[in-house]
Unconditional design. Sequence first.
Length: 76
Amino acid sequence: MRTRLTFFDLALFAIMVTFFVIGIYESLFKGVAMSYWLFMISSLAFLVLNYRWKKKPPVVEEKEEVKKKPIKKKPR
């Protein structure tokens, strides 16, 4: 099962990861209280992305089926 990412989904994912990494970096130097807003933006992007993925059905790759002609049975 694959999910196809749209541009908006990809941007949300990038925002989520970027703000989380920056939040960790800032919390090492300034503390968690000062970088709390970075974690909240990251978690908000995660929640929106999770909602969009749950709402959207997964992409199913359709295999080309060989169309078979129906077999006609001869009457006995």
